[in-house]
Design a protein around this ligand. Structure first.
Ligand code: ZN
Ligand code: ZN
Length: 377
């Protein structure tokens, strides 16, 4: 497992340290645990990182994690293990005080007001400077190790999907299928599902975030599946539509579904073709949205086109109409146009793409042409 943890945290820390220095900060108190993982390689669930603009940064954690830190973190970090009779805030205040920090950045989107009050009361000489999105901005551009981790998460999701297709029976309910898929994901090498899978049969697919329930596949004969793997820490996120073979569905339903599917697939292809460095993310959204609008489905495409994936299943960049993000090589995000028709159902097709220096690479490979939506009979 340790071979799969992020391997390049020292370079990420030095990049951030330079930026802190330029902004006149002595250090940044990193309190988002995802950011601690990103910058220190530590994957436990409780730690703070005092990232110094100059000198050695300090990971502050507790006795439960001493061994894990020794296995996961590089030698460039100092480690402060908090004694069991001290609070996290007391330990942090001690480390910050000892480091001689005078101007300290903190993650205002991740540090609670109560923690800030406790820390600033304990450190009256420190000026606290709220910071937003600093680590998020770094995380948007994936390094080679991260892209490899995402590829592993995609392959696990796709292997699980093959098992799902091979074992699905018409009598299976959404809940049974969602449950089975989580097992397939682990069998395929994932640590877990990246999020609770969405299995929505027929009409229920008109709800973009349907909760799996007691509906059996045979009740409509087709379903929407939205799933991903965490393998172990980086995520994948895909959506496919599947049909039972044969003529269970009325011809009218079958042809409406095929038409809808083809329109969404074409919208997705247009968006993928628009991806390259320098393009505003909202233009990629517009490439799909303008096509769906012209086809009469503008109102029924009720969400943004996509989102970044990485250590979290939703992160930057935002690929939607109101996004200010501009695409850069190394970004990885989903492209997932969808059309939702209450009373009929919904079609969404979701793939994961990497922005390359001259365009993009579609990282996901699960087949998605119309014949491929049919299950083996
Ligand atoms: Zn998804
Ligand atoms: Zn998604």
């Amino acid at each position: 497992m340790s071979g799969m943890t992020p391997r390049m945290p020292p370079r990420r820390r030095s990049q951030l340290a330079r930026a802190l220095k330029d902004d006149g900060l002595d250090a940044l108190l990193v309190s988002s645990i995802v950011h601690v993982t990103y910058l220190a390689g530590f994957t436990g669930s409780s730690a703070l990182l005092l990232l110094m603009a100059r000198g050695r940064s300090v990971l502050i954690s507790d006795g439960r994690y001493e061994q894990q830190i020794a296995q996961e973190c590089d030698d460039g970090l100092d480690v402060h293990i908090r004694p069991h009779d001290k609070t996290v805030q007391q330990a942090a205040a001690e480390v910050i005080g000892k480091a001689g920090v005078r101007t300290l950045g903190f993650e205002s989107q991740h540090l609670t007001v109560a923690d800030l009050e406790a820390l600033s009361a304990a450190l009256p000489g420190v000026a606290w400077a709220p910071q937003q999105g600093r680590v998020e901005a770094l995380r948007m551009i994936k390094d080679a190790a991260e892209v490899e981790h995402i590829r592993v998460a995609i392959r696990a999701a796709e292997r699980a999907y093959e098992m799902f297709r091979a074992t699905l029976r018409p009598g299976d309910t959404e809940l049974e299928l969602a449950d089975a898929l989580e097992g397939y994901l682990r069998r395929a090498g994932a640590r877990s599902a990246a999020f609770p899978p969405i299995v929505a049969v027929g009409e229920r697919a008109a709800l973009p975030h349907a909760q799996p329930g007691a509906t059996a596949v045979a009740e409509a004969g087709w379903l929407l599946l939205d799933w991903g793997a965490s393998a172990p820490w980086y995520k994948s996120d895909l959506t496919r539509v599947l049909r039972l073979p044969g003529d269970g569905r009325p011809r009218r339903v079958e042809s409406k579904l095929e038409k809808l599917y083809t329109v969404v697939l074409t919208a997705q292809a247009r968006a993928i073709a628009a991806v390259r460095p320098g393009v505003p993310a909202k233009k990629v959204d517009a490439a799909a949205r303008s096509y769906l609008t012209a086809a009469g489905y503008g109102e029924q495409f009720s969400h943004g086109l996509g989102h970044g994936i990485g250590l979290q299943v939703h992160e930057g960049p935002a690929v939607r109409a109101n996004s200010d993000d501009v695409l850069r090589a190394g970004m990885v995000f989903t492209i997932e146009p969808g059309v939702y028709l209450p009373g009929f159902g919904g079609v969404r097709i979701e793939d994961d793409v990497l922005v390359t220096p001259d365009g993009c690479e579609v990282l996901t490979r699960a087949a998605k042409d119309w014949p491929a939506t049919e299950l083996p009979g």
